[in-house]
Design a protein around this ligand. Structure first.
Ligand SMILES: *Cc1c(COP(=O)(O)O)cnc(C)c1O
Ligand SMILES: *[C@@H]1O[C@H](CO)[C@@H](O)[C@H](O)[C@H]1NC(C)=O
Ligand SMILES: *[C@@H]1O[C@H](CO)[C@@H](O)[C@H](O)[C@H]1NC(C)=O
Length: 722
């Protein structure tokens, strides 16, 4: 039966003056000033009803495009128009009518097909805030069936309703300013409430600012710090780390259930929209960045799939990105956010010192920038010639030109790090680069907010996968176990929990360099007399765990005085002890344990024998600690932070392969013939094959030589600034 024409008779609001035939102006102050609140969404999403409730609550006039514009313009029912002119012509005339429409300070409910007309949407977008009522397609189909609608505008014969809803989604995703995610079972009142909240959030951009963990946040400083500032600045000037002033948004259960049905990039988009204000990064740009980051460059379509290991243990494979460690999850997105947030006019050169997985992940992420962004944003990585594994070196030296380059230094990691610090401190150099090349030096280290934030997504995603696959019901707890160094991965699990993911315990796993485990079990962080021991899991060999500061800030109810006090003590006296109530809360949130070198290799061997699955050394550290600490009363997800191929020599040793080849490519071949799962990492293999044929730049350990590298890179890869 029939065709759906959304909307019943709209109420003519009293304060709405009909000026000309198609011009509405509201005299009452709307929360958005003269801007309209425009509701967009598929037929059956509830635009008209929700629009009416919202208008009533705000005391604003409501305009329903169907009733108040189309029928008035055409002087006939919309259904009659469609019947007389046909779908294509209808869409065009509908669009034209909308182009002629002007209103201000009203609530406008669009038709389901308006977003298919680009010109009309450009026009309407200028008049106000476009809010997308994002309703699950199955819910729409049910509602339409209940309303006995079996055909909608633009639907050709032979095309199903569900196909056409799918087709239209891209248009809604293109025009939205703000998404309102509707859960299955949300009432119109609840959706209206969400719309009101969305409008309020949009208006209150200033509330979504960021503070340093060491700054006491009396409102005295009028200078607010926004998302783009924290992404570009990295570290706060007082030495603290940036955190969102109001913490993380809480997401309700019905919305999580919606997310459970989505793909990884879709989940990432919706979650990041909730954490990044649309005036900091607009919805369409965010969408483009997220989809670029998490589509073709991950070898698993699921991006961060969760696999069953044994009993109640699962592994989340975070190594399917181009450089085979979990750092890709952040660094495929971060460079795009960074380039987006940069102030115009300058070139930016990121300097990185690395002895591990960061180098290749940063190079790959920045190397993927395109167009103008690529010409003004680059990265130069210094690594110790003898201080990284052969595989890591080969991965890095595949980047030798363009806006992403790696050079090695005939010294150790500390020298690289110190030299970069010295460059930042030399005002002569900084001034010279600014004047001569319009270039600013910057960093992209693990404390940057734009590296932490994307990691919240995969922890959420692991939980949602377990729900989707029926392992748990939504609301039931899980534990996560994470090989931890700088506490970035663990901290993002804490944030996922703050957003509403029922993570019971975050279990932190160390190797023999177990300063974090000692801290969590004793409350004392003690650097005195500690030396780093070499290990099979070098990515978690650390002394100063930088993101721990965010954790202490969070658990102390944002006590910046305490944080400042503790971390300046650490600088001066090499240790601190947290006060008793805080220690209690730490023990509530997290558990920690450490794994010996022998246990790590033994775990790789035994899990391979039992299941055919090969883990990398970091994952094995998590496995050993989970076996020891987790009580088995709920599922536990182990963060698999690297592909086993990346740490091939240790894994070959663990598997007791008798003759280990020298050549990394041969090592990988040997491993892939031994492991039945997971598959060999093809991108890594390819990269190693190509790199091993090439040379790379090796620098003498001299300040001036490294400065020359910086200059020559700027000189031949950046646009000249006149
Ligand atoms: C960087 C890294 C880690 C440690 O990450 P944190 O953010 O410090 O917890 C663990 N495993 C691998 C393979 C890494 O590259
Ligand atoms: C739009 O307005 C123009 C001029 O004001 C008019 O010629 C045209 O017919 C209108 N179009 C529609 C579809 O109302
Ligand atoms: C990443 O994706 C781009 C296209 O978006 C492609 O050109 C490139 O080869 C991919 N790189 C890897 C390592 O998959």
């Amino acid at each position: 039966m029939g065709l759906l024409i959304v909307g019943e008779l709209a109420l003519r609001a009293a304060r709405c003056h009909l000026l000309a035939s198609k011009s509405w102006i509201c005299t009452r102050a709307s929360p958005l000033g003269g801007k309209n609140i425009v509701l967009m969404g598929p037929p059956g999403a509830g635009k008209t009803t929700v629009g009416r409730i919202v208008a009533h609550r705000l005391g604003l006039p409501v305009i329903d495009v169907d009733d108040n514009i189309l029928e008035k313009t055409w002087k006939m029912p919309v259904a009659a128009k469609l019947a007389s002119v046909g779908g294509e012509r209808f869409l065009e005339e509908e669009g034209q009518a909308l182009c002629n429409f002007s209103a201000s300070g009203c609530v406008v409910s669009l038709t389901g097909s308006n977003p298919l007309h680009a010109q009309a949407m450009q026009h309407i977008k200028q008049t106000g805030l476009v809010i997308y009522l994002d309703v699950l397609s199955e819910d729409i189909l049910q509602r339409l069936a209940r309303m006995k609608v079996n055909r909608i505008v633009g639907q050709e014969a032979g095309v199903s309703m569900s196909e056409i809803l799918q087709y239209r989604k891209q248009f809604y995703e293109k025009w939205l300013d703000v998404r309102v995610l509707c859960g299955t079972g949300d009432t119109v009142e609840e959706v209206a409430e969400k719309v009101l909240n969305a409008v309020e959030r949009y208006q209150k951009h200033a509330a979504e600012n960021y503070v340093s963990t060491r700054c006491d946040n009396t409102e005295s400083s009028s200078q607010k710090t926004y998302f783009s500032d924290v992404v570009v600045e990295g570290l706060a000037t007082d030495g603290g780390l940036y955190v969102p002033k109001n913490g993380f948004p809480k997401i309700d259960d019905r919305e999580w259930l919606r997310l459970a049905e989505m793909s990884y990039p879709e989940r990432a988009l919706v979650l990041l929209e909730k954490c990044i204000h649309p005036l900091d990064v607009c919805a369409l740009d965010l969408r483009n960045m997220v989809f670029k980051a998490y589509s073709s460059n991950f070898s698993s379509e699921a991006v961060a799939p969760v696999k069953h290991l044994s009993h109640n243990q699962y592994v989340q494979e975070l190594f399917h990105g181009p450089t085979a460690s979990f750092k890709d999850l952040a660094l495929q997105l971060m460079p795009q956010l960074f380039a987006y947030c940069l102030p115009p006019m300058c070139n930016y050169l990121i300097l990185v010192a690395t002895s591990g997985d960061t180098g290749s992940a940063v190079l790959n992420g920045f190397g993927r920038l395109t167009g103008a962004e690529r010409h003004r944003t680059g990265v130069l990585v210094f690594f110790p010639e003898e201080g990284v594994s052969e595989i890591q070196k080969l991965q890095m030296i595949s980047y030798r030109e363009g806006n992403a380059r790696a050079v090695s230094v005939l010294s150790d990691f500390d020298f690289c790090q110190k030299t970069i610090k010295r460059m930042f401190g030399e005002s002569g150099l900084i001034g010279h680069l600014a004047v001569e090349y319009g270039t600013v030096l910057s960093t992209a280290n693990s404390i940057n907010w734009a590296r932490l934030l994307p990691q919240v997504v995969y922890h959420s995603s692991a939980y949602l996968d377990l729900c989707r696959d029926g392992v748990i019901r939504f609301g039931e707890p899980i534990d996560v176990c994470i090989p931890t160094g700088n506490f970035g991965n663990a901290m993002s699990a804490v944030y996922a929990k703050q957003m509403g993911i029922p993570i019971r315990k975050v279990i932190c796993a160390s190797n023999q360099n177990c300063i974090i485990t000692d801290f969590i079990t004793t409350g004392e962080y003690d650097l005195r007399g500690r030396l780093l021991l070499p290990s099979h899991s070098p990515a978690i060999d650390i002394l100063k765990s930088s993101n721990l500061e965010r954790f202490i800030y969070y658990l102390s109810d944002r006590d910046s005085h305490l944080v400042k006090d503790l971390f300046s003590k650490l600088d001066r006296q090499q240790h601190f002890k947290v006060p008793e109530p805080l220690f209690g809360r730490i023990q509530q949130e997290v558990q920690a344990g450490w794994c010996s070198e022998d246990d790590c290799l033994a775990a790789i061997q035994s899990i391979h024998t039992q299941t055919g699955y090969v883990m990398d050394t970091h994952t094995a550290v998590a496995k050993v600690v989970a076996d020891r600490l987790q009580d088995g009363s709920c599922p536990v997800v182990l963060s698999s932070t690297a592909h086993y191929g990346k740490f091939a020599p240790a894994v070959l040793k663990a598997l007791k392969i008798p003759t280990v080849p020298q050549d990394p490519v041969e090592q990988l071949k040997k491993l892939s013939s031994t492991a039945s799962r997971p598959e060999m990492h093809r991108d890594m293999m390819k990269c190693l094959k190509e790199s091993s044929k090439r040379g790379h730049t090796v620098c003498q350990a001299e300040y001036s030589v490294l400065v020359e590298e910086v200059e020559s890179m700027i000189h031949d890869s950046f646009l000249k600034v006149m």
